[in-house]
Design a protein. Structure first.
Length: 276
């Protein structure tokens, strides 16, 4: 089976420290233990939207932006068969993140307009799931969306999770401690707000950084994989020899039972003959 060649980024527009680390390792195989990474500290303004009026004002601002980061949150369920509707829509732009509490305001007309817009780039990760969840609340025609998981493929990046993507590019870790909290709570905690806003903000940061790398140009070094050595088939072990197909096992079992039955019959006949 032919292996895919590894792609290594040799130059990119990041800080000198990040550049050195990225040049040494391919994005596709780079790993840094999370204990050695700095926490990603979001210092942007966060606005919680609890009414349709607030949503209209927020969307009016968002429709003037060239690029938006988008994510959603849903209350987790721990019982099979139960599912909750999406509770929160996070949209980041221009140093501010809006948290639309959909469990309070549903999806008003202004949000339909934003989500259906074909001019503004809306960046996210696993957008198919987000869009599907949003359309279950209210159907709309998706506008211009950019899936980061598709966007990063040309860089040879294989770790598609937001946490790993951000760590590989910026050498910082994003906490996921609030992921399974109650997103339908009457009041979101400060930790929940920061977590939700960080995900939408991080999508824009990743898109901008990787887009800058692509536009500036970068060298790609293709490392040819070592030839794959096919293992020599060894003679089946005693254990594997004893692993018969189910049909053969059933046949063997019936044969053993039949032989045991005949043996019992012979023994009974012999005992009867002796007694008589």
């Amino acid at each position: 089976m032919k292996q895919q060649a590894k792609t290594e980024i040799l130059s990119c527009r990041v800080t000198p420290e990040q550049r050195e680390m990225i040049e040494e390792k391919a994005f596709s195989s780079y790993r840094t233990p999370s204990m050695y990474l700095r926490d990603c500290a979001l210092d942007k303004k966060i606005v919680v939207i609890n009414s349709v009026f607030e949503a209209e004002k927020a969307v009016e601002f968002l429709l003037k932006q060239p690029i938006l980061g988008l994510d959603t949150e849903t209350r987790p369920t721990f019982q099979r068969g139960n599912a909750h509707q999406v509770a929160l829509l996070q949209v980041y732009a221009e140093d501010i993140c809006f948290l639309f509490r959909l469990n309070h305001i549903d999806i008003p007309d202004c949000l339909v307009t934003l989500l259906s817009d074909t001019n503004i780039t809306k960046v996210g990760l696993s957008l198919r799931d987000d869009i599907s969840a949003l359309r279950k609340r209210r159907d709309f025609t998706p506008g211009k969306f950019t899936e980061l998981q598709q966007f990063v493929k040309e860089f040879g990046i294989q770790d598609m999770g937001l946490q790993k993507l951000y760590a590989n590019v910026f050498q910082q870790k994003i906490s996921k401690s609030q992921q399974l909290t109650n997103w339908e709570a009457d009041i979101l905690s400060d930790k929940q707000k920061r977590y939700a806003a960080t995900d939408a903000w991080a999508c824009v940061q990743l898109y901008n950084e990787l887009n800058a790398i692509r536009q500036e140009g970068f060298e790609l070094k293709i490392v040819e994989p070592e030839p794959k050595i096919e293992p020599v088939e060894k003679e089946a072990s005693e254990t594997s020899k004893n692993k018969l197909p189910r049909e053969e096992k059933n046949i063997s079992s019936r044969r053993r039972k039949k032989r045991a039955s005949k043996k019992r019959q012979k023994t009974t006949k012999k005992e009867t003959a002796i007694q008589s």
